[in-house]
Ligand binder design. Structure first.
Ligand code: PLP
Length: 398
């Protein structure tokens, strides 16, 4: 109905999105997740995937998936607490707990659901408080909103400000939960986890680190940011990481003490009231985990590519951000300009996503370049060449 006001309202939002260069569209892939893809019918070299180790299309992972599908079928059929919890789920939880040096682990169907589940299980009163870094991922922000607890934000990575906020809270009956991205998803920098652990302990607050972008990539064995800083479950009681990024499959897990995990099984609604992930996905993730543990060359190669990119981009005077991780954004500022640059790269056969508000704060639109162990040094060279060609329109300051 053209005159129906509820449709007029959503059309106005769509029009505003278009005019502000904030409209988003899906692309259509006709190939597996890997650097060289067929997207919208065209050959593209992609620098936007979170498949940091190149495992999403690995033959061992595919084989494990197929074999488990032959044994267990496709759907899990029910929630974990009903009869949807099968042996691959159990084996994966045990393997993840051992790998991260925690007592136990609990599988969730997605990272988004894991974050919602933990916050809602721990924050049971509207007087409880959740403290968030200003640049936290949307799923952590939504976890705070859904919990109904008091929400307090602190400036990015500012533990001093966090401490001031915590000192304002004097009631010992209040549960306090500090949540932070480990590697910030749109910036690539890392949280000051050692300081956060100290501050959390001093205030008897829970600390939860979402290591979606660090797990598999950082740390001596790839166990993530907390491993890199030697932080055990006493220092950081809640570790959450996703499996759809460096591990190349899908889902997420929370790892911590036996009591924490048992408590989540009784209380985390996004775990209790949802169908378990397909057992074959868990079996595929077990194969990924094995590759992660045995093929350290993937992390080493990724690290070399990061150095290659940063060195080349610095020589070109590109607006790099302070990141040593696989996320290497170029900060542009204007959404319109970022979109135009992304389109110029696409014309050269390179796919780099233009990240714009509301995903990032106003006037901080960026090209989010991500690197993977599946890239070659020639791939990175090609990206740098293309950036050099469009360079005149890349500002050095946002
Ligand atoms: C930091 C962070 N946490 C959580 C998520 C959500 O994980 P999932 O994709 O498994 O829902 C993402 C991205 O997807 C993320 O970047």
């Amino acid at each position: 109905m053209p005159s129906d006001p509820k449709f007029a309202k959503i059309r106005a939002v769509l029009d505003a999105r278009r005019s502000q260069h904030l409209y988003r569209r899906t692309l259509l892939a006709d190939s597996p997740q890997q650097p060289h893809m067929t997207i919208n019918g065209q050959a593209m070299l992609t620098f936007c995937s979170n498949d940091y180790l190149g495992l999403a299309n690995h033959p061992d992972v595919i084989r494990a998936f197929q074999q488990a599908a032959n044994t267990y079928g496709v759907g899990s059929g029910a929630a974990h607490l009903v009869n949807g919890h099968s042996r691959p789920h159990q084996q994966l939880e045990e393997a993840l707990a051992a790998f991260t040096g925690r007592d136990s682990a609990l599988l969730f169907s997605t990272g988004y659901m894991a974050n919602l589940g933990v916050a809602n299980a721990l924050l049971t009163s509207r007087h409880d408080v959740i403290y968030q870094d200003r640049l936290n991922h949307a799923s952590l922000v939504d976890a705070g909103l859904l919990s109904g607890a008091k929400r307090v934000r602190y400036a990015h990575n500012d533990t001093t400000q966090l401490q001031v906020r915590l000192q304002a809270q004097t009631d010992p009956s209040v549960t306090q939960l500090i949540v932070t991205d480990g590697v910030f998803s749109m910036d690539g920098d890392v949280a000051p986890v050692t300081d956060l652990a100290r501050v959390a302990q001093a205030h008897q607050a829970w600390l939860m680190v979402d290591d979606a972008h660090g797990f598999g990539v950082l740390g001596k064995t790839g166990a993530g940011l907390l491993e890199a800083h030697g932080l055990d479950q006493d220092s950081v009681p809640i570790l959450m990481a996703t499996l759809g990024k460096a591990l190349g499959t899908a889902g997420a897990f929370v790892a911590g003490s036996r009591d924490l995990i048992e408590y989540l099984k009784q209380s985390a609604r996004t775990w209790i009231y949802t169908t378990a992930q397909p057992p074959a996905v868990a079996a595929a993730t077990l194969a990924s985990l094995q590759l992660l543990e045995t093929e350290s060359w993937r992390r080493e190669h990724l690290h070399d590519l990061i150095q290659q990119f940063r060195h080349g981009a610095a020589q070109l005077g590109l607006p790099l951000m302070p990141s040593d991780t696989a996320i290497q954004p170029l900060l542009i500022g204007s959404s319109e300009q970022t979109l135009a640059l992304s389109q110029q790269l696409a014309q050269r056969g390179l796919l780099v996503t233009a990240i714009r508000p509301p995903t990032v704060p106003a006037n901080t639109a960026r090209l989010r370049i991500t690197l993977s162990a599946a890239h070659s040094t020639a791939d990175v060279e090609r990206l740098l060449d293309a950036l050099q060609q469009i360079h005149p329109t890349v500002p050095t300051t946002p």
